[in-house]
Design a protein around this ligand. Structure first.
Ligand code: 4AD
Ligand code: MG
Length: 432
């Protein structure tokens, strides 16, 4: 049995005989020589076939095309002209799967690449992003588990809304009405804090977003936490520590990927080293007025453009708190000092990447919750199971949700959130 090294490990070995396997990334040849750049999940390497060594199979070698899969044995040596500084002179090879006329060639349109997403995943760019994505998911699990949180799961089919009716996906459900894809785990997570106290999840969330922005998906991965006996500031502190942990892990693990993506990762370092900026909505309006010459009418939600201007003033995320009650969800606690604002927070990423975390303390007053549900056109009777959380041993609690693709976009410096997920779903795209 041949034992295969990853291309990265073969390069590390740097001399002698090695066996590797992977896919043809680039190919060029002449009568006497064929150069193949082979790719696997770890790296790429130049391999050279000499016609003298393969007289009988030269026709097959000569016709090797991009994305054919090969197993190769040969001698590796340093070669400064080769793309990763090493070259393998091939002694033996097997063509495992041929590939004729691979559709993805240079300079394809974004639309073409989206139609061929299943193939585009093999690109070095997508491979690098998917590696960062894997680190991010691992770091989120690691953070919460180290902090003593239990992993807990809410249903995806839900009978209530939490984040506004306009972005609900209603689904056919055996002829029943009022069944939706979850926008958040939250209303089914709050009941579980009475059992587990500290819980988290990473799960898909769904939003029927009609906006065609670089930040909105209809299906995204949502890392959420809920905590019993919590004050508002505890929630904010957890959010900041989680983000610091995730970025730290990516900087430890994925510098090579960030370089391949041409991401200046120095821009991420302040978020690890410095405290995040915290300000109330009122303070944000003042700063927008004085430093950005933007007037926002009190009571209006911050728009993308305002968030962008505000965050460009800092090199760390900005946490805006105490938004007007009327622009936030029904479950947020009224501020004890001013009932017009709520104990909710948005974490806004630097460099214009927008809201990455939304969280809050949860209103405990049953009648206030019911009144706000009614204001939003909801029937409190549909929320009876949720209201029980306030009837039997209610405790101060809260939580937040992190949009995983939003943070991947920021970390990788992506132009669009669509590249932060393998098969993006948007208003216009649900295939392949
Ligand atoms: O601010 P949101 O709507 O908050 C909630 O869903 C709360 N129930 C969370 C909680 O307290 N457990 O969403 C949370 C985060 C946003 O900050 C954003 O990062 C992300 O989810 N998000 C989206 N990401 C991609 N595409 C979309 N359409 C998104 N909508 C929200
Ligand atoms: Mg939000």
């Amino acid at each position: 049995m041949t034992s295969y090294l990853s291309i990265q490990d073969a390069i590390k070995k740097g001399e002698g005989t090695v066996s590797i396997r992977g896919w043809v990334h680039r190919e060029r040849g002449s009568n006497k020589l064929k150069f193949i750049v082979l790719r696997d999940s770890s790296n790429i390497i130049q391999c050279v076939f000499k016609q003298d060594n393969f007289a009988k199979k030269w026709d097959e070698i000569d016709h090797l095309q991009v994305e054919a899969s090969l197993e190769i044995s040969g001698t590796i040596k340093k070669d400064p002209r080769a793309p990763t500084g090493y070259e393998i002179e091939v002694k033996k090879y097997d063509l495992v799967g041929k590939s004729d006329n691979y559709p993805i060639t240079k300079d394809q349109s974004a639309e073409f690449l989206a139609d061929n997403r299943h193939l585009w995943l093999r690109s070095r760019r997508m491979t690098a992003i998917l590696k960062v994505r894997s680190t991010v998911f691992g770091a989120i699990h690691e953070y919460f588990r180290n902090e003593g949180f239990y992993e807990y799961h809410s249903p995806i089919f839900q009978s209530v809304q939490a984040e506004g009716g306009s972005t609900l996906f209603e689904v056919p459900y055996f002829g029943n009405k009022g069944v939706f894809l979850g926008q958040t785990w939250q209303l089914y997570a709050e009941p579980a804090i009475f059992s587990l106290e500290k819980i988290y999840t990473i799960s898909p969330s769904f939003r029927a977003e009609r906006s065609k922005t670089s930040r909105h998906l209809t299906e995204y991965w949502h890392a959420e936490m809920e905590l019993a006996w919590a004050e508002f500031n505890d929630i904010i502190d957890y959010g900041e520590k989680l983000l610091k942990h995730v970025i730290t892990r990516v900087l430890e693990t994925n510098k090579a990927e960030l370089e391949l993506l041409e991401r200046d990762y120095k821009k991420l370092e302040p978020a690890v080293k410095k405290p995040f900026v915290r300000m109330s909505y009122d303070e944000a309006l003042k700063i927008l007025k004085t430093k950005c010459k933007m007037d926002v009418e009190w009571g209006k939600d911050l728009r993308t453009i305002e968030e962008e201007k505000l965050t460009k003033l800092y090199d760390v995320p900005v946490i805006v708190t105490h938004y007007p009650k009327k622009v936030k969800a029904f479950y947020m606690t009224e501020d004890p000092k001013n009932s017009e604002v709520v104990q909710g927070c948005d974490f806004l990423a630097p460099e214009g990447y927008g809201e990455i975390i939304g969280g809050s303390h949860r209103e405990h007053d049953l009648e206030k919750i019911k009144a706000r549900l009614r204001e939003q056109g909801e029937n409190p009777e549909d929320y009876e199971f949720y209201l029980d959380t306030r009837r039997y041993g209610s405790v101060p609690h809260g939580g937040f949700g992190l949009g995983v693709e939003r943070i991947i976009s920021w970390i990788c410096g992506l132009d669009t959130i669509k590249d932060a997920i393998p098969f993006p779903r948007t208003m216009e795209r649900y295939k392949p």
